[in-house]
Design a protein around this ligand. Structure first.
Ligand code: SF4
Ligand code: SF4
Length: 376
């Protein structure tokens, strides 16, 4: 296995209490990849199906179509809905049944995310591996969801254990994440088949491939992130789709790092102006983190399920120098690729967009930009 490394980072403490922004004036619904999937509803109710894996986050009326920016950096047309603040809703009420008494079929029927549904459908695990680890430095969503919704997550794990007989569950947590460890330890005494697995604070350890290798897992397993468990619980217990998501705002340019629970489709600048007083011109913004994210302008960026964090970093000059041929970028690449081939020879390389080559380069060469561009 590739030797993973610990990242040196300035300590930044994110407030453990989630703040909410659930009443945006408007939401932006991005056009789906297959345009034929889109129904241009003039009026929507909260929770109504708009296209596969996208459900209306508010109730309101269609106002216009506008172009917006996705966290991936792509521009898309969006339907802009004005919030009527009436929260008119479609869909059933939360089930009164204990979810651990539901059959596998009953659970599958209520899962709305197609990828999650397929994952559960085709699994026949003897172990559930739950990752409560966020790899990106300064993004804390998986820990904060764990701390704020411990009981609900553990109930969901118990329910999954009941549909896969003779299984046990591991919750993998970084051994440095003391608050989250304590939150789970406080209730796990009652659950004999659920165990915490402590892992070192190494970059990429939260990824399925590296985590299973680190834990020497040989048995068939089902891998889920804590945020996926949260979504499953909403679908199965709440009988509702995910219409809100968690976003960490942090970085050395952010005075009070926080996690915001916001409606999908909200403009990121609405969140910024509501919760922060920082001067936008003094910072650069990395969307979805320093290692794997992209530096972007926040204007026109919208909240999607894929938006995990906004990193506000003080502007600083990192002078790019000549390559000194130290080979560190090649040595550290988890894909055993050669980022220099992309940088110097414009060659395509196999890349998982982890950003390690840029992080390690003593000459401050933004290798990541070259390898990413090659792979897009
Ligand atoms: S970003 Fe790509 S090339 Fe660079 S270290 Fe990661 S996998 Fe390797
Ligand atoms: S880490 Fe930077 S300086 Fe070293 S070989 Fe790679 S590109 Fe060159």
């Amino acid at each position: 296995m590739t030797k993973l490394i610990h990242l040196d980072k300035e300590p930044i403490v994110v407030d453990g209490k989630v703040v909410e922004y659930l009443t945006p004036d408007v939401v932006y619904v991005p056009f789906p990849r297959k345009k034929e999937d889109l129904k241009k509803e003039k009026e929507i109710k909260k929770g109504s199906f708009l296209y596969p894996n996208f459900y209306a986050p508010i109730s309101g009326k269609l106002k216009k179509i506008e172009d917006c920016l996705l966290p991936s950096g792509k521009w898309v047309h969006c339907l802009v809905y004005e919030n009527d603040f009436q929260e008119k809703q479609v869909g059933g009420k939360a089930t009164r049944k204990k979810i651990s008494t539901l059959s596998k079929e009953e659970m599958l029927e209520s899962i709305l995310d197609t990828r999650l549904k397929e994952k559960l459908e085709r699994s026949n695990p003897s172990l559930l591996l739950i990752s409560g680890i966020e790899d990106e430095p300064y993004i804390e969503n998986e820990s904060i969801i764990g701390q704020n919704h411990t009981k609900m997550l553990v109930d969901m794990i118990e329910a999954l254990l009941s549909i896969y007989p003779n299984t046990k569950a591991y919750i993998a947590l970084k051994n440095t994440d003391s608050k989250t460890i304590m939150a789970y330890q406080n209730i796990l005494g009652m659950y004999k088949n659920i165990e915490i697995k402590f892992v070192e604070d190494l970059y990429l350890i939260g990824q399925e491939y590296f985590l299973t290798k680190y834990l020497h897992m040989k048995e068939p397993y089902l891998f889920l992130k804590v945020s996926e468990l949260y979504e499953l619980y909403l679908n199965i217990k709440g009988r509702k789709p995910l219409t809100e998501t968690f976003i960490t705002f942090s970085g050395n340019g952010c005075q009070k790092p926080i996690v915001i629970k916001a409606k999908i489709g909200t403009k990121v600048t609405d969140l910024f102006f509501k919760f922060f007083k920082e001067d936008l011109s003094n910072c650069v913004f990395f969307v979805n983190g320093m290692m794997q994210g992209k530096q972007m302008d926040l204007n026109y960026l919208i909240v999607t399920k894929d938006l995990k964090g906004i990193l506000m970093m003080k502007k600083q000059m990192r002078k790019k120098r000549e390559c000194i041929k130290c080979g560190k970028c090649i040595l550290l690449c988890p894909k055993h690729a050669n980022p220099l081939m992309a940088y110097q020879l414009n060659r395509k390389i196999t890349c998982m967009n982890c950003g390690l080559c840029t992080y390690i380069c003593p000459s401050n060469i933004p290798l990541y930009q070259y390898v990413k561009e090659d792979n897009e």
